[in-house]
Ligand binder design. Sequence first.
Ligand SMILES: Cc1ncc(COP(=O)(O)O)c(C=O)c1O
Length: 384
Amino acid sequence: MLVKERLFTPGPVPLPPEVIKALGQQIIHHRTPEFTQIFLNVRKKLQQMLKTENDVLLFASSGTGAMEASVINFFKKGDRVLIINAGKFGQRWRDLAKTFELKVVDYEIEWGETYEKEKIEEIIKKFPDIKGILVQHSETSTTTLHDIDYLADVSKKLEDCILVVDGITSVGVYEVYPDEIGIDVLVTGSQKALMLPPGLAVLWYSQKAKQRLSKSNIPKYYFSVEAESKKQEKGQTAYTPAINLIIALEKSLDLILGEGLPNLAKRHEILANATRNALREIGLPLLSSSPSNSATGAYTPEVINADDFRKELLKIGFRVAGGQDHLKGKIFRVAHMGYFDFMDMIQVIAGIEMALKKVGFEIELGKGVQKAQEIILESTKETK
Ligand SMILES: Cc1ncc(COP(=O)(O)O)c(C=O)c1O
């Protein structure tokens, strides 16, 4: 029988038709006035999305490239940095910082939890010379949201500290306005809420971060912010750009700006809230105590291996993500970011119920779906 595969992983995520169409076009050359104009439009639209006039750069790399660029451009060897390490991607900040010889204060947090303010205060008191706080806004591996407003306050109070935020699964899900929040470096990637294939990384930086560019003594070549900045402000890139991805990015930014950031954030909130409550209703505990609206993670019942459950779910048409490291086989994660509407969530919740039943979990079919329907109806009452 026909089964369609529906992608519900927290990256890559499904592509809107406008993006697919743009990607299917014949390539154009990048050293042309036509591409320059598109590139300048994209920069302007990224700035509009982030409500900023500061520089925003594109790199032909996955999101990790922009994370690396943040470490090697805005710090000096031996600078002390605080890493909010609450999952797979927090570990990545730590590993990058160590690789480039920064001194790391590794605040390790149990997966599924967020940081404690008291602990941050303690660390700051002990190490007042901290030059950077590196954090995920949304830690995708544990589907956890970290409060970055508080960290921005902490960072501002320190003598010479910048706040570096991995917004890879929060930009395009929340209203992330770095100037207003007090972020100094913000990165994101294309295969998440920007609704593109992988291969593009975005790096935004503040005036304060800019002051550091000339002081950094960490070797760099491809990921040089100074070199790229000079080119990109003129609508060009230092090296061959990901031409078609950039053309498609203009289309996805049109969708994002057309929906409007407040509406977009509200939609993600409803999608996530409906899913969380549906899963609770089914009897599946949530993974995170501070859940992010970009994806929801939940434990399967102890007797059911989450990866076996995911295989059943795939057989009926839904690809969701599993857990990483010690969470492998224990949890699954369902995405909300990007091109998802309310009925997509109803569908995947129905699928989850059916797959659970197939792997032997006693469940009353429709319980989770009903909960999600109620929440969606209630949350969209005012919307016409
Ligand atoms: C929060 C977060 N940070 C970093 C990354 C790494 O990005 P990439 O795989 O594009 O290099 C991901 C990817 O899932 C992510 O979700």
